[in-house]
Design a protein around this ligand. Structure first.
Ligand code: PAF
Length: 282
């Protein structure tokens, strides 16, 4: 398995692959790999000759310096996991300097308003940071396909918009949320949950599943109020937002229409750890 930390080196290796007409998939990650990431890598391996996994904790997408400092970094373990999967994997694990060249700043993006909803309201500048790193990765790696999990559904829609607006020749492949047996959506941040919070966290998905059932007969407002009530009395989990939105525009639903696809989105604090999840409603 080849590991690259410099842009020029990986760009040269990719030029060779492209000359051989090999197809290339990209799985962008921030490391601390879990089964959800590995599911993305396996799908990418099925659909491409070679797969590049990028491992980079991108500083510009963190609005909270403490979250950036505490973000789990487990490079050795990540490499072992990937090595055990296939030898058709290339790793790109650059330093901050290699990516940002002394200017650790985001570009400014407009994603047709998608960036102002949900996470955009609570994590200022987050999607500029995501757009900056993903655009740079597409530029360096030139993948045919890139794989993103639906846990970060808003990120997925924004990346599709980035590709459309900037006419980037890559297919974005959406992959379903991978859950722990308890129902908790897999996330690198789960490793930081203290035992009581880890035990409490599956309540998030349980509530989403009940909200989905209720959405069949109740209005979006009623379902939202019901969810808010469940968390108001919860001792460990603090609700940041619960929103039922149109899947395409990500705008909060005011009146249901039979022609639209809806999804419920949630962000919850378990102690100082922020967890997000979502569920398709129709
Ligand atoms: O989803 C993530 O892990 C990150 O936002 C991504 C896409 C790797 C960009 O840093």
């Amino acid at each position: 398995m080849d590991i690259y930390s410099e842009k020029q080196q990986i760009a040269t290796a990719i030029r060779t692959l492209k000359a051989e007409k090999a197809t290339l998939g990209l799985v962008p990650t921030m490391g601390a790999l879990h089964k959800g990431h590995l599911a993305l890598v396996k799908k990418a391996l099925e659909e491409n000759d070679k797969v590049c996994v990028s491992i980079f904790v991108n500083p510009t997408q963190f609005d909270n310096p403490d979250d950036l400092a505490k973000y789990p970094r487990t490079l050795e373990q990540d490499l072992e996991l990937l090595k055990s999967l296939s030898d058709s994997i290339l790793i790109f694990a650059p330093t901050v300097e290699a990516v940002y060249e002394g200017r650790t700043l985001s570009e400014k993006f407009h994603f047709d308003g998608l960036e102002h909803e949900m996470e955009g309201k609570f994590r200022i500048g987050h999607f500029d940071g995501v757009g900056t790193i993903v655009k740079r990765l597409f530029d360096i790696i030139q993948p045919d396909k890139a794989y993103f999990g639906e846990k970060d559904f808003q990120q997925l829609q924004i990346i599709k918009k980035l590709v459309e607006i900037h006419k980037i020749p890559v297919n974005i492949v959406a992959c379903p949320i991978y859950r722990e047996p308890s129902g908790l959506a897999m996330s690198s941040r789960n490793t930081r949950l203290k035992p009581d919070y880890k035990k409490a966290a599956p309540f998030i998905y349980k509530t989403l599943k009940t909200a989905k059932k209720q959405f069949g007969t109740k209005s979006a407002v009623n379902v939202t109020q019901w969810v808010e009530k469940q968390f108001a009395s919860h001792k460990l989990l603090k609700l940041e937002y619960f929103i039922i939105a149109d899947e395409t525009s990500l705008k909060t639903v005011t009146r249901k229409s039979s022609t639209k696809q809806y999804r419920a989105f949630i962000a919850v604090y378990a102690d100082d750890i922020r967890l997000i999840d979502n569920i398709a409603l129709n």
